[in-house]
Design a protein around this ligand. Structure first.
Ligand SMILES: C[S@@+](CC[C@H](N)C(=O)[O-])C[C@H]1O[C@@H](n2cnc3c(N)ncnc32)[C@H](O)[C@@H]1O
Length: 215
């Protein structure tokens, strides 16, 4: 890992450590991720699979715990609401949401992540379910809000995913992606991610006037 990435991730870890070290769920999460992903580096896996210049939408990166907590606080959904992460990676955002009392569903292309993330959820005793599959080829799980780490998604992935979100979602927090109509962009929040920072775009689907009986 390059020295810049190493020091950035160390600083993310230290801020988490100082703020969350007394929280049992955080310690369980960290232990679970270490235990389950000891022998699997997602960055290396994707790099080896597709080569350095063609990772497409499968590029890996992670939203750190403090950023996920900030997103949950901003969304301000009632506890027990369902949050779905489309492209759930190692499951971190889902596991944090579940530890805060939400129902979490993670849809992720690689079964090797979802199986391990599910074991972490079980060891933490939280309500998170991980499904392996391509989100473009199946109906989206029903949820109150969707997280989409779209930074590395190519245009064609975004276009196909948008059609599904238009049909099935009401609230979306997308990384570095403003969906456009029929979505209303409510706010943008710059937060740390494992590769630097990203703009988290909070978007709500505007009601269809015709569906509401307007002429
Ligand atoms: C940048 S990572 C983000 C992981 C996690 N959401 C987070 O924020 O920490 C994006 C993830 O989306 C997954 N992904 C990309 N395209 C996908 C697709 N079509 N179906 C399912 N998962 C996909 C990748 O494998 C990768 O794990």
């Amino acid at each position: 890992m390059a020295i810049g990435a190493l020091t950035w991730n160390l600083s993310l870890y230290l801020s988490e450590y100082f703020q969350l070290r007394k929280q049992e769920w955080w310690r369980q999460l960290k232990r679970g991720l270490k235990r389950e992903f000891r022998d699997l580096d997602p960055n290396k896996m994707v790099y080896n699979m597709r080569g350095p210049y063609h990772v497409g939408s499968l590029a890996f990166g992670e939203t750190p715990v403090l950023s996920v907590l900030k997103i949950l606080q901003t969304l301000d959904l009632p506890k027990g609401s369902t949050i779905c992460d489309l492209g759930a990676g190692r499951g971190l955002p889902c596991l944090v949401a579940a530890a805060q009392g939400y129902r979490a569903i993670g849809l992720e292309y690689f079964a090797v992540y979802t199986e391990r993330a599910q074991r972490i959820a079980e060891s933490m005793g939280v309500d998170a379910a991980f499904i392996a599959g391509n989100f473009l080829n199946q109906p989206l799980p029903a949820a109150d809000a969707y997280l989409v780490s779209a930074t590395a998604f190519p245009e064609e992935t975004r276009a196909q995913l948008k059609l599904k979100l238009d049909e099935q979602a009401r609230m979306v927090v997308a990384q570095d992606w403003i969906l456009g109509p029929p979505w209303e962009h409510e706010r943008m929040q710059k937060l740390p991610v494992s590769w630097g920072t990203a703009q988290f775009c909070y978007q709500r689907k505007t009601p269809d006037p015709e569906a509401n009986g307007a002429p």
